[in-house]
Design a protein around this ligand. Structure first.
Ligand code: SF4
Length: 479
């Protein structure tokens, strides 16, 4: 264990995230207690805050305590320096531990800063590596170009969550329940969603709807009849024909049938996702995806046959026992299919995932990700005519890297940019979903969450709608 002792509770989460980035496998405790059982301690650090200085392990740093962001940066730089000396390690993103590193570069580009100014700022303030600065700049310029074509400020987007899956993947930390257990309640679930749709359409009637994204879970774990019901209900409340983008994250190939693809095609869905995660059968078996590699090829072929022109595929790097050769094999197979988007995730070991809480069972498994893995994905994406257009990071990501969305020109997922860069209000409907209310051109962002339990969601739907009404009134003044 690593113990960081503070003289007062302040910046605990930032300190925790940075220490954890250097020592991903070590337990990290942050506290103000003087006495702690030292038996398991690898080392301790001590942070003392006072009016004009902060002291890290006896080293004094001048601060202006009233300037919180600056104090936080200086503290993180000092901790980084100390941990760099201990480990000899550098982190690709430097002291940046947040989810949205491109918010910094995009914000500066929007304010007219040059690439040199952005690079210099990221390097000196956060110690970000040149490689990640270049990536941030490329992504931010693409985002800037796409966002400048749309009136996102006067619009909103809708996310609809279907929290069911055929089975639970080993690494899953999302709100997801086995569809088999909920088959008899799907009408009730869609009825609760309809209440939310009716409220949302009315409450946002003076704003234009930019995109719809149906995610999960796995939306195509609904049978054909319920998928049709869901999409028809959406058509009833929203003007789906004038959307800039309408995505269904079909997701797992074992949930997709020709008929379900036809249902989506009969509605104005413009973009779908068919997510293999890997093209290696041994890994699919290991992570609890009960389908064959051939199913991925077959389902993709059906989607093209039916005329879907914008298909995304998700991959995960760092899956158990996958070598870099396995990743290369996956990329070679994906290239044969030639999707329009490729989203590459670095495995994040989340607390609630079986891979984490049952980790003893998997401790001998290789879990490997590196810049080399990211680089071969970049090469494959470029071979398919794609470039990176959005990125984000998560907690506990393998090798401290990032998730990158690639796209062929004109097929970029707009919703992904709007939510990740917090540019637009997202009305999120469904169990476990969280609305994001974006005000003052992104300066203020508040959240409003629905409960994660399916039965409670259905039972308490009116209460959740009331909460959203209140937030829309108070945070956005839309009502
Ligand atoms: S498909 Fe996604 S949401 Fe469903 S169990 Fe797997 S990781 Fe979780």
């Amino acid at each position: 264990m690593i113990y960081v002792k503070l003289n007062e509770d302040n910046f605990e989460y930032d300190i925790y995230s940075l220490v954890k980035a250097f020592y991903p496998k070590e337990e990290v405790k942050i506290g103000t207690e003087d006495t702690i059982n030292l038996d398991d301690i690898l080392f301790t650090m001590e942070v003392q805050y006072s009016q004009n200085t902060l002291t890290l392990d006896g080293k004094q740093i001048d601060i202006d305590y009233s300037n919180r962001p600056d104090t936080k940066n200086r503290l993180k730089l000092a901790i980084y320096e100390s941990l760099h000396q201990r480990t000899g390690k550098d982190l690709p993103w430097g002291t940046l531990t947040g989810i949205r590193p491109t918010k910094i570069s995009l914000g500066m580009i929007e304010d007219g800063a040059s690439d040199e100014a952005v690079a210099s700022y990221m390097k000196t303030t956060y110690l970000t590596s040149q490689e990640k600065i270049d990536l941030s700049l490329e992504v931010s310029h693409k985002e800037h170009q796409l966002l400048s074509k749309i009136d996102y400020d006067n619009g909103y987007s809708v996310y609809i969550g279907i929290p069911f899956c055929p089975s639970t993947c080993l690494y899953c930390s999302f709100t997801s329940y086995p569809i088999g257990l909920w088959k008899k309640k799907l009408d009730d679930y869609i009825a609760a969603l309809e209440k939310e749709m009716a409220f949302t359409a009315e409450a946002c009637k003076d704003k234009s709807l930019t995109t719809i994204y149906i995610g999960g879970g796995t939306p195509t774990s609904l049978d054909e009849e319920h998928l049709e019901k869901l999409l028809s209900t959406i058509d009833k409340y929203f003007d789906t024909k004038s959307l800039l983008e309408y995505t269904v994250e079909a997701g797992r190939p074992d949930s997709i049938t020709y008929e379900k693809l036809q249902v989506m095609k009969n509605h104005p869905v413009t973009r779908i996702s068919i997510n293999p995660q890997t093209m290696n059968q041994k890994t699919l078996d290991l992570i609890g995806r009960f389908h064959k590699v051939e199913d991925i090829h077959r389902v993709f072929g059906w989607a093209r046959e039916l005329g879907f022109k914008n298909i995304n595929m998700d991959l995960i790097l760092g899956l158990p026992n996958e070598t870099i050769e396995d990743v290369q094999y996956t990329l070679d197979e994906v290239k044969k299919l030639a999707p329009d988007n490729l989203t590459v995730h670095s495995l994040a070991l989340k607390h609630s995932a079986r891979l984490n809480y049952d980790r003893q069972a998997y401790e001998d498994y290789l879990i490997e990700n590196s810049q080399k893995h990211m680089d071969i994905c970049l090469v494959a994406a470029k071979d398919m005519g794609m470039s990176p257009y959005y990125l984000y990071r998560q907690k506990n990501m393998a090798a401290n890297l990032e998730n990158i969305g690639y796209s062929t020109p004109g097929n970029e997922g707009l919703y992904n940019i709007l939510i990740m860069e917090e540019k637009q209000t997202i009305m999120a409907l469904g169990c476990g979903c969280a609305c994001k209310f974006v005000a003052d051109h992104g300066k203020t962002v508040t959240r409003c969450e629905n409960v994660k339990d399916v039965q409670l969601y259905m039972d308490r739907i009116d209460e959740m709608i009331d909460r959203k009404r209140e937030r829309l009134r108070e945070d956005l003044k839309w009502l």
